[in-house]
Design a protein around this ligand. Structure first.
Ligand SMILES: NC(=O)c1ccc[n+]([C@@H]2O[C@H](COP(=O)([O-])OP(=O)(O)OC[C@H]3O[C@@H](n4cnc5c(N)ncnc54)[C@H](OP(=O)(O)O)[C@@H]3O)[C@@H](O)[C@H]2O)c1
Length: 304
């Protein structure tokens, strides 16, 4: 870290990155911010008393604790190897710890580790379970993996963000994160197919949830998601990113010889939802989207 200063550099100020940056600033860290669309980092920096920088490398020069919070594998490569990227030139990360919070493929994470280590840095896989609200409250579950062992996961910035859980060496945390996501994405997508089935045969989705599912042990799922299945025009975790995670889970399973049928189906449903213009809705809206899809397919077609 910069001498005497508790600092953190946050690269990517989207939903999760900006919540993490706010939490770190509130916990007393000097926060350096970079975002591809620089204006967003500048606005956030002004709000939280942080410092916006123009390229990823400049953030790592100011602070030796770097948090990557961009969207996907491609974005990670861009931040690492693009113009002004963290490892552009192949050197310059000596003494820098890169905490990678991105939900990405195990293969992509290993490649990121190779690039960071070749440039002299320490790579820590640290994908998160939880939402931006949990980040603001310091209640994320941080799945942590490193070749240096548990010590780098017991870091004061990670502990300000939530509870780090050490799992072993990369890419085990990347795999565990995809496992977690396909678990709950499978649940909301299954709910969507159940609603579509009810709707297709003339039973209103709300009645089905209230009078059938709500009377069984599955009501816990309705209690958690019921109010979030209709598109609301806002998201804490966007459907297009949920689709990305399901796609990555399918790919990771297939690389290990497991067919990944469920993950592929979930990915296809989210692709359909995004294609129909709902990619920026919150991920549970897949259920309402599928119910609506079934409702539409039931409507009498006008003669050609
Ligand atoms: N939101 C959640 O509840 C949640 C929970 C757990 C894990 N995650 C994971 O956290 C990560 C961030 O999610 P989010 O919800 O914050 O997403 P988001 O709101 O969509 O923000 C995405 C961020 O990635 C940046 N980005 C996208 N493509 C890029 C590229 N090619 N090069 C550089 N930067 C790029 C965006 O920059 P611009 O502003 O320029 O577009 C933005 O800062 C994802 O891996 C996600 O799966 C999210």
């Amino acid at each position: 870290m910069a001498s005497g200063e508790r600092c953190a550099a946050v690269l990517g100020t989207g939903r999760m990155g900006s919540a993490m940056a706010r939490r770190l600033a509130a916990a007393g860290f000097r926060v350096y911010l970079w975002n591809r669309t620089l204006g967003k980092a500048e606005v956030l920096a002004a709000e939280i008393g942080g410092v916006a920088v123009e390229e990823p490398r400049a953030a790592a020069e100011r602070c030796k604790r770097v948090h990557l919070v961009v969207s996907d594998d491609e974005a990670v490569y861009d931040v690492l190897t693009g113009l002004g990227g963290l490892v552009a030139g192949g050197k310059g990360l000596e003494g820098v710890r890169v905490y990678n919070h991105v939900t990405m493929t195990p293969r992509g994470s290993l490649e990121a580790m190779r690039l960071v280590e070749r440039a002299g840095g320490v790579y820590v896989e640290a994908p998160v379970a939880g939402n931006p609200g949990n980040a603001l409250e310091g209640r994320l579950v941080i799945l942590c993996a490193s070749r240096l062992g548990e010590g780098v996961c017991r870091d004061e910035a990670l502990e300000a963000l939530g509870t780090p859980v050490y799992l072993g060496e990369p890419p085990v945390a990347a795999a565990a994160k995809l496992g977690f996501n396909i678990f709950f994405l499978g649940v909301v997508t299954a709910m969507g197919e159940a609603l579509a089935l009810a709707e297709s045969y003339g039973l209103d989705a709300d009645r089905f949830l209230g009078e059938v599912i709500g009377r069984t042990w599955l009501r816990q799922i309705v209690e958690r998601y019921g109010a979030r299945i209709k598109p609301r025009g806002e998201a804490s975790f966007a459907a297009r990113l949920a689709g990305k995670d399901a796609r990555y889970a399918a790919r990771a399973l297939q690389e290990r010889g497991v067919p990944g049928f469920l993950a592929s189906a979930v990915a296809s449903y989210y692709a359909l939802m995004s294609h129909e213009g709902y990619g920026d809705e919150d991920y549970p809206a897949i259920a309402g989207f599928l119910a609506e899809y079934a409702r539409r397919s039931r409507e009498p077609r006008s003669p050609a």
